[in-house]
Write a protein that binds this ligand. Structure first.
Ligand code: NAD
Ligand code: MG
Length: 389
């Protein structure tokens, strides 16, 4: 479990705890929350626990000493990479937020694991190189992002990233529209981080909450869908669906449209992927459609949510462009959460990075990582942020 102390980590551990006969936790990782990780180690007794912050890892090792646990403590990115490739684990839940998840998730791919992918940024950055590593390692990628998990459930069994062969006309990617769906354009410059993180339907980590508010999340998800399912940008349609009950749809050439529905609760897609192809109980309540009455749909507003257009442009440009977009967005979102920039500065910072750094081909992952670093510098300079240590 990469990112065990986060929102997805919490939901995944909840599902796992309901099925001790089926799942055993082999390793838990986090960034620097050693106290939270220590608590999870006592509960799940993993073989390995890893923290990317070395000081926090030392604190964890001290906290676990003498408690009779089987847990070895590892430190740094190398520790996370070792945990992700652990021989005793067959499945890796990739739930680190942002580019920090790329190397550990790749390690899982190279080790041939079954990867439950929540960390969409890793796939957006790595693109074709990431997919090649999955194929070369003999790994399996199962989407946990609710929309992609819905699409996966609506695809024919054994689907092999060839929409034409499967008779697919379009992918309909639903979006809640986020907390500012109906907020007038003129008011967006003054919204706060707390407002941006108050999502109407989902409780999530702060970064993805801001991405939902700018709708960059849907842009990243469009790129994610492109790589996961081999669909072109033109055959992905974004539909705003404020209730977040229809999690996405697949339209076939005969006119059939298949959808997956459910309560907005990440335990459903996580359990679907964890137990696949079996179904297991999650504690998610029954969907009472009659009580809900109606489900609504509308087109996205590209003027108020320019990040959608930027993501389309990045996917069209290809190569390093999605990595550039993602990196500039990570810098801008962090600055917004820290109160240093306005909400409406996020999209222009991303646009600036895309304009200043024309797409280059990604021959190896290093090309994408170099673009990621350049885009961070461009975004920092444009936003007048201090240069990172
Ligand atoms: P979160 O902020 O709640 O948790 C992030 C986890 O990653 C934590 O365990 C943290 O310790 C770890 N982490 C953070 N920075 C790290 C670093 N530099 N090195 C190593 N570990 C680090 O985030 P989340 O909401 O659980 O989201 C995780 C991923 O799942 C994101 O990519 C997000 O887009 C995706 N996702 C989340 C949801 C959701 O409902 N929360 C839904 C779909 C997809
Ligand atoms: Mg999603």
């Amino acid at each position: 479990m990469l990112g065990a102390t986060g929102s997805i980590g919490d939901s995944a551990l909840d599902v796992i705890a309901r099925h001790p006969d089926r799942f055993v936790v082999a390793a838990l990782t986090a960034h620097r929350q050693w106290e939270a990780l220590a608590e999870l180690c006592r509960r799940h007794r993993p073989e390995v626990a890893a923290l990317s912050d070395p000081d926090a890892a030392q604190a964890l090792a001290r906290a676990l000493a003498g408690q009779g646990l089987p847990t070895r403590v590892l430190a740094g990115e190398a520790g996370l990479v070792e945990a992700a490739a652990l021989a005793g684990a067959d499945t890796v839940v990739a739930a680190i937020v942002g580019a920090a998840g790329l190397r550990p998730t790749l390690a899982a791919a190279r080790a041939g694991k079954r990867i439950l992918l929540a960390n969409k940024e890793a796939l957006v950055i790595g693109g074709a190189a990431f997919m090649a590593a999955v194929d070369a390692g003999g790994a399996t990628l199962l989407p946990v992002d609710s929309e992609h998990n819905a699409i996966f459930q609506c695809l024919p069994a054994g689907y092999a990233r060839d929409p034409a062969a499967a008779g697919i006309r379009r992918i309909l990617l639903t979006a809640s529209g986020g907390p500012f769906r109906t907020r007038p354009h003129a008011e967006l410059a003054a919204v706060t981080a707390a407002e941006a993180c108050a999502h109407p339907n989902w409780v999530m980590g702060r970064k993805i909450s801001v991405d939902s508010a700018t709708m960059m999340n849907k842009g990243l998800e469009m790129i994610e869908a492109h790589w996961l399912f081999g669909v072109s940008r033109e055959s992905i349609e974004i539909v705003v669906h404020p209730e977040s009950v229809v999690h996405s749809l697949v339209e076939y050439v005969d006119g059939s449209v298949l959808a997956q529905l459910g309560h907005p609760d990440m335990r459903t897609p996580i359990a679907q992927a964890l137990a696949f192809p079996v179904r297991v109980d999650t504690g998610v309540p029954t969907l009472e459609l009659a009580r809900r009455g109606s489900l609504t749909f509308e087109a996205p507003d590209h003027d108020r949510f320019p990040c959608l257009g930027l993501a389309c442009a990045a996917l069209d440009a290809g190569g390093t462009a999605p990595a550039v977009l993602n990196a500039a967005n990570e810098i801008a979102v962090e600055a917004f959460l820290g109160g240093r920039i306005r909400f409406t500065d996020i999209a222009p910072a991303c646009a600036e990075a895309l304009a200043r750094l024309p797409a280059r081909p990604v021959r190896a992952l290093e090309d994408a990582l170099a673009a990621d670093a350049e885009a961070r510098a461009v975004a920092r300079a444009w936003l007048k942020l201090p240069i990172a240590a």
